[in-house]
Design a protein around this ligand. Sequence first.
Ligand SMILES: [Zn+2]
Length: 324
Amino acid sequence: MERRIDFSRERHMLCGGCGHEFVVDLDWIDRWEQSGEKCPGCGLTCEHEGAPRATVDPGDPALDDERLPQFFWYHTSTQANWPTRDYDPAGDLTAETRVRMGGGDHAAAWAVRQRAKALHVGTYEAAVHNMLRRMDHQADSRSQFYLYRVRLRPDVVVRDGWVVDPSDWLGDVVLAEVCPPGIDVARYLNYHEDPGGLSLALGRNAIASVQEIAIPLPDAWDGDWAREAIVALESASDVPVPATGKLARFMPQSSPRATVGRELGQALAGRLPVNLRGQFESAVSFDEGADPLLWARRTSSLCGLIVDPQRVLAALDAAEHRGV
Ligand SMILES: [Zn+2]
Protein backbone atom coordinates (compact mmCIF):
# COMPACT_ATOMS: atom_id res chain seq x y z
CA MET A 1 0.00 0.00 0.00
CA GLU A 2 1.33 3.39 -0.99
CA ARG A 3 1.26 6.29 1.45
CA ARG A 4 0.77 9.88 0.38
CA ILE A 5 4.08 11.32 -0.78
CA ASP A 6 4.61 14.93 0.25
CA PHE A 7 8.12 16.36 0.54
CA SER A 8 6.72 19.69 1.79
CA ARG A 9 4.48 18.48 4.60
CA GLU A 10 4.54 20.23 7.97
CA ARG A 11 6.76 18.86 10.74
CA HIS A 12 6.15 18.28 14.41
CA MET A 13 8.80 19.79 16.66
CA LEU A 14 9.62 18.98 20.27
CA CYS A 15 11.62 21.33 22.48
CA GLY A 16 14.08 19.53 24.74
CA GLY A 17 14.24 22.65 26.92
CA CYS A 18 10.58 23.18 27.83
CA GLY A 19 8.79 20.16 26.33
CA HIS A 20 6.68 22.33 24.05
CA GLU A 21 5.38 20.54 20.94
CA PHE A 22 4.42 22.53 17.87
CA VAL A 23 3.92 22.18 14.14
CA VAL A 24 5.89 24.18 11.57
CA ASP A 25 6.56 24.24 7.84
CA LEU A 26 9.94 23.67 6.21
CA ASP A 27 10.54 27.39 5.73
CA TRP A 28 10.24 27.86 9.50
CA ILE A 29 12.86 25.13 10.04
CA ASP A 30 15.12 26.80 7.48
CA ARG A 31 14.88 30.15 9.28
CA TRP A 32 15.33 28.35 12.59
CA GLU A 33 18.58 26.76 11.43
CA GLN A 34 19.85 30.26 10.68
CA SER A 35 18.81 31.47 14.14
CA GLY A 36 15.85 33.39 12.73
CA GLU A 37 13.29 31.61 14.92
CA LYS A 38 12.87 30.73 18.59
CA CYS A 39 11.00 28.02 20.49
CA PRO A 40 7.52 29.50 20.98
CA GLY A 41 7.49 27.98 24.48
CA CYS A 42 10.79 29.09 26.01
CA GLY A 43 12.60 31.16 23.41
CA LEU A 44 15.54 28.78 22.90
CA THR A 45 17.37 29.31 19.62
CA CYS A 46 19.01 26.58 17.56
CA GLU A 47 22.46 27.04 19.11
CA HIS A 48 21.27 25.75 22.49
CA GLU A 49 21.52 22.20 23.66
CA GLY A 50 18.03 20.78 24.07
CA ALA A 51 16.69 23.11 21.38
CA PRO A 52 13.63 21.89 19.45
CA ARG A 53 14.10 19.08 16.93
CA ALA A 54 11.76 17.36 14.52
CA THR A 55 9.78 14.61 16.20
CA VAL A 56 7.27 11.97 15.17
CA ASP A 57 3.84 13.14 13.97
CA PRO A 58 1.37 11.44 16.35
CA GLY A 59 -0.89 10.92 13.33
CA ASP A 60 1.80 9.07 11.32
CA PRO A 61 0.09 5.95 9.92
CA ALA A 62 3.33 3.98 10.37
CA LEU A 63 2.70 4.07 14.14
CA ASP A 64 -0.06 1.50 13.57
CA ASP A 65 1.49 -1.97 14.07
CA GLU A 66 -1.07 -3.67 11.85
CA ARG A 67 -0.78 -1.26 8.95
CA LEU A 68 3.01 -0.92 9.06
CA PRO A 69 3.70 -4.22 7.21
CA GLN A 70 1.09 -3.32 4.57
CA PHE A 71 2.89 -0.13 3.55
CA PHE A 72 5.54 0.04 0.85
CA TRP A 73 8.96 0.99 2.19
CA TYR A 74 11.85 2.46 0.24
CA HIS A 75 15.62 2.34 0.10
CA THR A 76 18.25 3.91 -2.16
CA SER A 77 21.70 2.45 -2.67
CA THR A 78 24.62 2.43 -5.08
CA GLN A 79 24.50 -1.35 -4.72
CA ALA A 80 22.53 -3.29 -7.36
CA ASN A 81 20.53 -6.33 -6.23
CA TRP A 82 20.24 -5.06 -2.66
CA PRO A 83 19.98 -6.74 -0.20
CA THR A 84 22.52 -9.25 -1.48
CA ARG A 85 22.09 -12.70 0.02
CA ASP A 86 25.70 -13.80 0.10
CA TYR A 87 27.16 -10.40 0.79
CA ASP A 88 30.83 -10.72 1.74
CA PRO A 89 31.94 -7.34 3.06
CA ALA A 90 35.55 -8.54 3.20
CA GLY A 91 35.44 -9.51 -0.47
CA ASP A 92 36.41 -6.02 -1.67
CA LEU A 93 39.29 -5.53 0.74
CA THR A 94 42.72 -5.43 -0.84
CA ALA A 95 45.65 -7.23 0.77
CA GLU A 96 46.99 -3.80 1.70
CA THR A 97 43.77 -2.83 3.51
CA ARG A 98 43.75 -6.12 5.42
CA VAL A 99 47.25 -5.38 6.66
CA ARG A 100 46.19 -1.86 7.67
CA MET A 101 43.24 -3.33 9.57
CA GLY A 102 45.66 -5.39 11.65
CA GLY A 103 45.70 -8.62 9.69
CA GLY A 104 43.33 -11.41 8.68
CA ASP A 105 41.68 -11.95 12.08
CA HIS A 106 40.84 -8.28 12.45
CA ALA A 107 39.49 -8.12 8.90
CA ALA A 108 37.33 -11.20 9.60
CA ALA A 109 35.97 -9.68 12.83
CA TRP A 110 35.19 -6.47 10.93
CA ALA A 111 33.30 -8.52 8.31
CA VAL A 112 31.23 -10.21 11.05
CA ARG A 113 30.29 -6.78 12.43
CA GLN A 114 29.35 -5.57 8.95
CA ARG A 115 27.07 -8.56 8.41
CA ALA A 116 25.41 -7.95 11.77
CA LYS A 117 24.33 -4.46 10.69
CA ALA A 118 20.66 -3.65 10.33
CA LEU A 119 19.14 -2.82 6.96
CA HIS A 120 17.26 0.46 6.68
CA VAL A 121 14.08 1.32 4.85
CA GLY A 122 11.95 4.44 5.09
CA THR A 123 9.47 6.64 3.31
CA TYR A 124 9.87 7.43 -0.38
CA GLU A 125 10.84 10.94 0.68
CA ALA A 126 13.57 9.63 3.01
CA ALA A 127 14.99 7.36 0.29
CA VAL A 128 15.26 10.22 -2.23
CA HIS A 129 16.66 12.55 0.43
CA ASN A 130 19.27 9.92 1.35
CA MET A 131 20.43 9.74 -2.27
CA LEU A 132 20.74 13.54 -2.54
CA ARG A 133 22.78 13.65 0.67
CA ARG A 134 25.13 11.02 -0.71
CA MET A 135 25.42 12.78 -4.08
CA ASP A 136 26.31 15.93 -2.17
CA HIS A 137 29.49 14.17 -1.07
CA GLN A 138 32.23 13.77 -3.60
CA ALA A 139 32.60 9.99 -3.44
CA ASP A 140 29.08 9.31 -4.71
CA SER A 141 28.41 12.51 -6.65
CA ARG A 142 28.30 10.69 -10.00
CA SER A 143 27.51 7.16 -8.82
CA GLN A 144 24.68 5.11 -10.28
CA PHE A 145 21.88 4.80 -7.72
CA TYR A 146 19.05 2.31 -7.40
CA LEU A 147 15.66 2.82 -5.80
CA TYR A 148 14.10 -0.16 -4.06
CA ARG A 149 10.46 -0.59 -3.14
CA VAL A 150 10.23 -3.06 -0.31
CA ARG A 151 7.36 -5.28 0.76
CA LEU A 152 7.62 -6.65 4.27
CA ARG A 153 6.53 -10.09 5.34
CA PRO A 154 2.92 -9.70 6.57
CA ASP A 155 3.69 -11.46 9.87
CA VAL A 156 6.66 -9.34 11.01
CA VAL A 157 6.82 -8.59 14.72
CA VAL A 158 7.18 -4.84 15.26
CA ARG A 159 8.93 -3.37 18.28
CA ASP A 160 6.64 -1.19 20.41
CA GLY A 161 6.70 2.55 19.80
CA TRP A 162 9.78 4.09 18.22
CA VAL A 163 13.36 4.89 19.10
CA VAL A 164 15.41 7.97 18.38
CA ASP A 165 17.60 7.64 15.28
CA PRO A 166 20.14 5.07 16.53
CA SER A 167 22.67 5.50 13.73
CA ASP A 168 25.85 7.44 13.58
CA TRP A 169 26.56 9.41 10.42
CA LEU A 170 27.25 6.28 8.38
CA GLY A 171 24.00 4.68 9.40
CA ASP A 172 25.69 1.73 11.08
CA VAL A 173 23.30 0.05 13.48
CA VAL A 174 23.84 -3.41 14.92
CA LEU A 175 20.59 -5.26 14.28
CA ALA A 176 20.49 -7.11 17.61
CA GLU A 177 20.71 -3.80 19.47
CA VAL A 178 17.53 -2.37 17.96
CA CYS A 179 15.67 -5.64 17.29
CA PRO A 180 16.08 -7.96 20.29
CA PRO A 181 15.24 -11.68 19.81
CA GLY A 182 11.66 -12.15 18.66
CA ILE A 183 11.46 -8.67 17.09
CA ASP A 184 11.81 -8.25 13.32
CA VAL A 185 11.39 -4.53 12.80
CA ALA A 186 12.09 -1.38 14.87
CA ARG A 187 10.73 2.06 14.01
CA TYR A 188 13.05 4.99 14.46
CA LEU A 189 12.69 8.73 14.19
CA ASN A 190 14.71 9.98 11.27
CA TYR A 191 16.59 13.23 11.87
CA HIS A 192 18.69 13.45 8.73
CA GLU A 193 16.42 12.39 5.88
CA ASP A 194 12.76 13.35 5.68
CA PRO A 195 13.20 14.75 9.23
CA GLY A 196 10.47 13.63 11.60
CA GLY A 197 9.56 10.66 9.39
CA LEU A 198 9.65 7.09 10.66
CA SER A 199 12.19 4.71 9.18
CA LEU A 200 12.69 1.04 9.99
CA ALA A 201 15.73 -0.94 11.06
CA LEU A 202 15.32 -4.58 10.14
CA GLY A 203 17.03 -7.80 9.13
CA ARG A 204 16.76 -9.20 5.63
CA ASN A 205 14.39 -11.97 6.78
CA ALA A 206 11.73 -9.30 7.50
CA ILE A 207 11.62 -8.52 3.76
CA ALA A 208 9.30 -10.49 1.47
CA SER A 209 10.27 -8.96 -1.86
CA VAL A 210 11.75 -5.90 -3.54
CA GLN A 211 11.32 -4.06 -6.81
CA GLU A 212 14.29 -2.21 -8.22
CA ILE A 213 14.82 0.61 -10.73
CA ALA A 214 17.91 2.58 -11.67
CA ILE A 215 17.55 6.28 -10.83
CA PRO A 216 17.32 8.91 -11.99
CA LEU A 217 15.14 7.50 -14.78
CA PRO A 218 16.94 7.64 -18.14
CA ASP A 219 14.54 10.11 -19.78
CA ALA A 220 13.96 13.70 -18.69
CA TRP A 221 11.00 14.47 -16.45
CA ASP A 222 10.30 17.76 -18.19
CA GLY A 223 11.28 17.47 -21.88
CA ASP A 224 10.65 21.16 -22.58
CA TRP A 225 12.95 22.22 -19.76
CA ALA A 226 15.65 19.79 -20.90
CA ARG A 227 15.45 20.98 -24.54
CA GLU A 228 15.73 24.62 -23.53
CA ALA A 229 18.59 23.83 -21.16
CA ILE A 230 20.50 22.00 -23.91
CA VAL A 231 20.10 24.97 -26.31
CA ALA A 232 21.26 27.42 -23.63
CA LEU A 233 24.29 25.27 -22.73
CA GLU A 234 25.32 24.57 -26.32
CA SER A 235 25.17 28.24 -27.25
CA ALA A 236 27.61 29.10 -24.44
CA SER A 237 31.35 28.58 -24.93
CA ASP A 238 32.93 25.67 -23.09
CA VAL A 239 36.35 27.34 -23.01
CA PRO A 240 37.30 28.33 -19.45
CA VAL A 241 38.00 32.05 -19.06
CA PRO A 242 39.97 33.69 -16.27
CA ALA A 243 37.88 35.25 -13.52
CA THR A 244 37.86 39.03 -13.28
CA GLY A 245 37.87 41.32 -10.26
CA LYS A 246 40.03 41.82 -7.20
CA LEU A 247 40.19 38.18 -6.10
CA ALA A 248 40.49 36.82 -9.64
CA ARG A 249 43.82 35.11 -9.10
CA PHE A 250 42.33 33.04 -6.29
CA MET A 251 39.33 31.94 -8.35
CA PRO A 252 39.25 28.84 -10.54
CA GLN A 253 38.70 29.42 -14.25
CA SER A 254 35.18 28.69 -15.35
CA SER A 255 33.63 28.45 -18.82
CA PRO A 256 30.49 30.41 -19.77
CA ARG A 257 28.81 27.01 -20.30
CA ALA A 258 29.55 25.90 -16.74
CA THR A 259 28.15 29.23 -15.51
CA VAL A 260 24.94 28.64 -17.48
CA GLY A 261 24.76 25.10 -16.02
CA ARG A 262 25.13 26.45 -12.50
CA GLU A 263 22.38 29.01 -13.06
CA LEU A 264 20.04 26.41 -14.55
CA GLY A 265 20.66 24.09 -11.59
CA GLN A 266 20.05 26.92 -9.13
CA ALA A 267 16.79 27.91 -10.80
CA LEU A 268 15.51 24.34 -10.77
CA ALA A 269 16.54 23.89 -7.13
CA GLY A 270 14.47 26.98 -6.35
CA ARG A 271 11.32 25.04 -7.26
CA LEU A 272 12.02 22.40 -4.58
CA PRO A 273 11.24 22.29 -0.86
CA VAL A 274 13.78 24.48 0.92
CA ASN A 275 15.44 21.60 2.82
CA LEU A 276 16.44 19.85 -0.43
CA ARG A 277 17.73 22.81 -2.43
CA GLY A 278 21.38 22.86 -1.38
CA GLN A 279 21.87 19.13 -1.84
CA PHE A 280 20.03 19.15 -5.16
CA GLU A 281 22.16 22.00 -6.47
CA SER A 282 25.28 20.14 -5.48
CA ALA A 283 24.02 16.87 -7.00
CA VAL A 284 23.44 18.56 -10.38
CA SER A 285 26.56 20.76 -10.41
CA PHE A 286 27.85 21.15 -13.97
CA ASP A 287 31.37 19.80 -14.44
CA GLU A 288 33.59 21.49 -17.03
CA GLY A 289 33.40 19.48 -20.25
CA ALA A 290 30.14 17.74 -19.31
CA ASP A 291 27.80 16.72 -22.15
CA PRO A 292 24.87 19.22 -22.19
CA LEU A 293 22.38 16.56 -23.30
CA LEU A 294 23.30 14.02 -20.63
CA TRP A 295 23.47 16.71 -17.95
CA ALA A 296 20.06 18.18 -18.82
CA ARG A 297 18.37 14.77 -18.90
CA ARG A 298 19.85 13.67 -15.60
CA THR A 299 19.13 17.00 -13.91
CA SER A 300 15.52 17.08 -15.09
CA SER A 301 14.99 13.47 -14.10
CA LEU A 302 16.47 14.03 -10.63
CA CYS A 303 14.06 16.93 -10.15
CA GLY A 304 11.19 14.67 -11.26
CA LEU A 305 11.94 12.27 -8.39
CA ILE A 306 10.78 15.04 -6.07
CA VAL A 307 8.15 16.97 -7.98
CA ASP A 308 6.53 14.09 -9.88
CA PRO A 309 6.85 10.88 -7.85
CA GLN A 310 3.93 9.28 -9.72
CA ARG A 311 6.13 8.84 -12.74
CA VAL A 312 8.69 7.02 -10.62
CA LEU A 313 6.03 4.85 -8.96
CA ALA A 314 4.75 3.86 -12.41
CA ALA A 315 8.27 2.69 -13.33
CA LEU A 316 8.39 0.69 -10.10
CA ASP A 317 4.97 -0.83 -10.83
CA ALA A 318 6.44 -2.23 -14.04
CA ALA A 319 9.50 -3.71 -12.30
CA GLU A 320 9.57 -7.40 -11.39
CA HIS A 321 9.20 -8.60 -7.80
CA ARG A 322 12.33 -10.24 -6.53
CA GLY A 323 12.01 -12.53 -3.52
CA VAL A 324 14.56 -11.93 -0.76
ZN1 LIG B 1 11.18 25.42 24.40
